[in-house]
Design a protein around this ligand. Structure first.
Ligand SMILES: Cc1ncc(COP(=O)(O)O)c(C=O)c1O
Length: 292
């Protein structure tokens, strides 16, 4: 029996919003500020995490790569990443020509170990990418202190942690730039999608250029850029999902007991093969109750 890790919670509202994009026939926009729904989505995200700005892009990987470009990370630079994360964290560093240097993680929450981080800083180190893995916020106070001492930039990989907080502050908002993914298995999804949050106006402007072929507001090509734009169809789904985020998070809270329940059921199952189906059915029922 296959139990899906995450089934996107899509209903009439997303369908209605995507249908209206199709009827309006503005499927995407190459304007500096992005399409109507892209901007609405950015507004909802920045309001939720309490950042000044949000820039939507087409994936979490694009968010990381755009952030590295915005901080002028390049060949010859080293970027510190945790040794345990999704491969996109290190790939984005390679993609801009820099070298990912791996930092050990802590057993207690699988995030970057500040002690090992200190040991891995060299003359070439330019930035740190802590990852808030599985929703666990990395030890940002210690990481920020080390970054300040060594004049390093921080990009938070908050792809898996939209809605996680430490001392009341949202993941992704502790540092210069915070990156989120809206891939299908994430807390909220637009199928594919990503975003960067920041309080720095200058970085926000740079990111908007980078996502749109390096074009400035007056359509001049002023820097290296790519096509990292989020389409209006994806933004329509992302916008509705953002509105439901608080609800999703409270429902996830009610599912905290699922792993313990599953362990108990597996004990029964090991002793009696007939329990196999019951284990599956009960788990699905609980997921359903937790989600709906
Ligand atoms: C920690 C982490 N970083 C980066 C990414 C990349 O995001 P995306 O798949 O949207 O490119 C993901 C998710 O896939 C992730 O879990």
């Amino acid at each position: 029996m296959i139990i899906p890790i995450n089934v996107p919670n899509i209903d009439k509202e997303e369908i209605r919003e995507v249908t209206s994009v199709l009827l309006e026939k503005t499927l995407t926009s190459s304007s500096f500020e992005g399409g109507k729904r892209v901007q609405q989505f950015e507004h909802l995200l920045s309001k939720f995490v309490k950042s000044k700005f949000a820039v939507a892009v087409n994936s979490g990987t694009s968010a990381l790569q755009a952030s590295l470009y915005a901080l002028d990370i390049k060949s010859g630079d080293e970027v510190l990443v945790p040794s345990f994360t999704f491969v996109a964290t290190a790939n984005s560093v390679k993609a801009v020509g820099a070298k990912p240097v791996f930092v050990d993680i802590l057993r207690e929450n699988y995030t970057m170990d500040p002690d090992d981080l200190r040991k891995k800083i060299t003359k070439r180190t330019k930035a740190i990418i802590p990852v808030h893995l599985y929703g666990h916020v990395a030890y940002m106070e210690e990481i920020i202190e080390l970054a300040k001492k060594n004049n390093l930039k921080i990009i938070e990989d908050a792809s898996q942690s939209l809605g996680s907080k430490f001392k009341g502050k949202h993941s992704g908002t502790f540092s210069h730039l915070g990156c989120f993914s809206f891939y299908g298995a994430k807390v909220t999804t637009s199928g594919e999608g990503g975003a960067i949050v920041t309080d720095d106006k200058n970085l926000c402007e740079k990111l908007k250029q980078i996502r749109n072929h390096g074009q400035s507001k007056n359509n001049l090509i002023t820097r290296l850029g790519l096509n990292l734009r989020l389409s209006e169809i994806n933004a329509a789904v992302a916008k509705i999902q953002m509105k439901k985020l608080s609800l999703f998070l409270s429902e996830k809270g009610t599912q905290k007991f699922l792993p313990s329940f599953y362990k108990i059921m597996m004990l029964f199952y090991q002793n009696n093969a007939k329990m196999k189906h019951l284990t599956g059915i009960c788990t699905l029922l609980l997921i359903k109750i937790g989600i709906k």
